[in-house]
Every structure is written in structure tokens, then in C-alpha cells.
Design a protein around this ligand. Structure first.
Ligand SMILES: [Zn+2]
Length: 261
């Protein structure tokens, strides 16, 4: 395996800003929408889907944008989609537009089959260290949000590994065991019971009133095999489709996207 920095260089070579497709016009602080459309449009399962509705839903208008981008021509203005989702586009002064929030809101505003692409299922299991009893809770996921620390050079893979690390519940956060009827030391494990077709990884750069600019090395493939429950069939590595990045500070800046096509 290549070292992370080398991997990122390769990733940059393999991912290029779309040259043969139409670009999107910024209609005034809408770069966060444009990069979201660009990345969604780079997903084959999104760009190849066909709808037969009356062009009035968010999904239809999003799909129209994706189709327009595949045609030659001057920069496209995604006005029909903007008119459909005014509440998602509007943002208060001092509250910078957030492409990740918009992406999740858009996914929640579209229907199957697109919404299903991003859905995974994770199960959290707590095991009491005193009586070995276990309790499990299963949740639907749409993304993974990873913490970033300043002055740390961990790669994306290492952050992901930390996210799925077994946690010990003890002391102030001890687990109340219904069997033992007292707070007990316990272990908490988080695993995928179903991985999504398309995984969104969000790096939490805006935190505690500041933006963490720390570089996070990454590879163009991601192995989720260590994070799925036992008994699940083997899964293929995830391949990088696109990156949305923000240049600037916590208060202002500009979003750009790189996609595989
Ligand atoms: Zn117990």
C-alpha cells in the first residue's frame, strides 16, 4: 500500500474537475449547492436513473440539473432546483453555508431509488462486563462524521478505525445493567449490519467556533470489511467518487468539488 501522502497525490491525478461537461453558474453564494450537484451527478446510480414524474419534485429537478451538466453548452444555472428548495439554500449572515448539511437535506428530500443509495444500517451493542448480557440498538445511517484533531497527522482510514473502536463504559459513564440492577463496566461496539451503496464521509472541520485546517491524507479506496458484523457476506472496497472541499475560514470561503467524471 502506498503511503498516504503519495496516495493523495495519485487521487488528485485520477480525479479531475469536469472538463467535457457543462459547469454550474454561481448565482450568489450558491457554490455549496453547485458542488453538491456536481458530486451527486458523478454517481452513476444517480445520473443513470430515469424518472417518469411531472418534473415538480426535488428529485426530478435535481435529476434535470445532472442531465443538463452532461450536455455541452455554457454554464448552467440550477434555478429550477433552487426554486424548489428555497429553505435549504437560504442561510443567515454569520452562519456560513454548509455543503454537508445541504447534501444530507437533499438526500432526505428525494425518494427512492436515490435516497436508498446512501442508507446504511449500524448496530451498537453494549455488553455488561459483570453478567455478559448484551443489548443492541440498530440505526439507519446516511453518513459518517469523523472528528479531526489539530496537530495530528492520522489518515482518513485511521480516523475511521477510531470511529469504530470499541468503547469502555465505566466510572461516570458506566452502563446501567437491567440484569445486574446497578451501574456496571461495559463495552460498546459499533458495526455496520448493512453498508450503504454510496458512503458519505464528513470531516468535522468546523468545531468549537473555529475551522480546523489540518490536512487529512486519504486513499482512493476504502475497506469497510473490518467494520461489518460477523456473518455478513464479504464486500468490495469503496472507490472514491468525489470530494467537496472548503477553502477559507469558519466565517467565509469557497467550496470546490473534484469528481471522477
Ligand atoms: Zn450486568
Amino acid at each position: 500500500m502506498s503511503p498516504p501522502r503519495e496516495s493523495e497525490r495519485i487521487a488528485k491525478c485520477n480525479l479531475s474537475i469536469t472538463k467535457s461537461y457543462r459547469r454550474l453558474r454561481n448565482t450568489g453564494n450558491t457554490c455549496f449547492l453547485n458542488v453538491t450537484i456536481q458530486c451527486l451527478g458523478a454517481i452513476d446510480e444517480v445520473s443513470q436513473v430515469h424518472f417518469l414524474t411531472k418534473k415538480s419534485t426535488t428529485q426530478d429537478r435535481l435529476w434535470d440539473c445532472v442531465k443538463e451538466l452532461q450536455e455541452p453548452g455554457t454554464a448552467y444555472m440550477p434555478t429550477p432546483l433552487i426554486q424548489r428548495i428555497p429553505d435549504l439554500i437560504r442561510h443567515k449572515a454569520g452562519d456560513p453555508a454548509d455543503a454537508h448539511k445541504l447534501l444530507i437535506a437533499l438526500i432526505n428530500d428525494v425518494s427512492e431509488p436515490i435516497s436508498q443509495l446512501f442508507q446504511g444500517q449500524m448496530t451498537s451493542t453494549i455488553k455488561c462486563s459483570s453478567c455478559d448480557s448484551t443489548t443492541s440498538r440498530t440505526n439507519i445511517t446516511q453518513d459518517i462524521s469523523l472528528h479531526i484533531e489539530e496537530d495530528a497527522s492520522s489518515s482518513l482510514e485511521e480516523r475511521l478505525n477510531d470511529f469504530f473502536q470499541q468503547e469502555t463504559l465505566e466510572g461516570a459513564i458506566a452502563y446501567w445493567c437491567d440484569t445486574c440492577q446497578k451501574p456496571c463496566r461495559a463495552t460498546k461496539t459499533l458495526l455496520y449490519t448493512r453498508t450503504p451503496t454510496i458512503l458519505i464521509v464528513h470531516l468535522k472541520r468546523l468545531i468549537l467556533g473555529k475551522k480546523i485546517q489540518q490536512h487529512i491524507p486519504f486513499d482512493i479506496t476504502l475497506n469497510l470489511e473490518p467494520y461489518i458484523t460477523l456473518g455478513n457476506p464479504p464486500i468490495q472496497d469503496m472507490k472514491l467518487i468525489g470530494i467537496i472541499s472548503h477553502q477559507g475560514t469558519k466565517d467565509n470561503g469557497h467550496y470546490t468539488a473534484m469528481t471522477k467524471k
